[in-house]
Design a protein around this ligand. Structure first.
Ligand SMILES: Cc1cc2nc3c(=O)[nH]c(=O)nc-3n(C[C@H](O)[C@H](O)[C@H](O)COP(=O)(O)O)c2cc1C
Length: 240
């Protein structure tokens, strides 16, 4: 593929084939990602790569936590508080998600994107059960055989987030070029504790995002979703 085709064909993949990714390919994608620019070349990130049994176990552990909090959220207040304190399922990620509505136009874009995604999956707006099931698939990485967790060093403040984002995009474009699919997943930042069980995470690194990697499952409608991107006019700040 030429570069522009790689860029335009990358889309978030939410259904993966049951086909392992050879370690040499994972290594080559990561080696490409290392070429990314970073502030003062600090490269303030590290990744944990889960494959095989580790990937499966992590997926089950995260899914269990998601299921538990889903139940707790719907309980009446006293029980909710008790279970929140005792269940060990409460999110223990390093960054809190934005709860509730996003500000202004971002909420509109979020809703529009979510609506399109549910539509393509054939999920009705009021079908809470199907929506929960779709959300739950995040935690088993949409069946991807590889889950990558991105950590940053918070000592590098906001530049670490910029640097990690650029590195993730390099990784995703490299994967696309090799015929693989990816889905960046903020949802995978909700719990850190399951990762601690499987990886020796260096002290001082914060979990910022996860990423599913694998071969896209063919003939899956969800993988054909192409959410609307902003126009050049919406991107540009006009001159005075
Ligand atoms: C930081 C970040 C976090 C994301 N988190 C999730 C997630 O938790 N679950 C998910 O299905 N998609 C997630 N996405 C994918 C976005 O929904 C997707 O990038 C967006 O809708 C645009 O679609 P595209 O990637 O196909 O161009 C995330 C993307 C980014 C960049």
């Amino acid at each position: 593929m030429d570069f522009s085709d790689v860029l335009h064909s990358r889309r978030s993949i939410r259904a993966f084939a049951d086909k392992p990714v050879p370690q040499a390919i994972i290594d080559s994608i990561l080696t490409d990602a290392i070429e990314s620019p970073s502030s003062s070349n600090t490269q303030p990130y590290k990744v944990a790569v889960a494959t095989g049994k580790t990937c499966q176990q992590l997926g089950q552990e995260l899914l269990e936590k998601y299921r538990k909090i889903n139940v707790i959220q719907r309980q009446p207040l006293p029980l909710k508080l008790f279970n929140a304190a005792t269940s060990n399922a409460m999110p223990d990620g390093d960054y809190k998600p934005i709860l509730g509505k996003y500000p202004g136009i971002f909420q509109d874009r979020r809703m529009h994107t979510g609506k399109g995604l549910y539509e393509i999956m054939g999920i009705q707006r009021g079908d809470k059960k199907a929506r929960d099931a779709a959300m739950a698939r995040n935690f088993t990485f949409f069946d991807a055989p590889v889950a990558i967790f991105v950590f940053i060093h918070p000592g590098m403040k906001f530049t670490a987030l910029v640097d990690a984002g650029i590195m993730m995009q390099s990784l995703m474009l490299s994967a696309t070029d090799k015929g693989l699919g990816t889905c960046p997943q903020g949802a995978l930042g909700m719990w850190r504790s399951p990762l601690e069980k499987h990886f020796d995470i260096p002290k001082g690194y914060n979990l910022v995002c996860g990423l599913a990697l694998g071969y896209p499952k063919e003939d899956e409608e969800v993988n054909s979703y192409r959410p609307r991107k902003i126009s050049l006019d919406e991107l540009l700040i006009p001159t005075k």
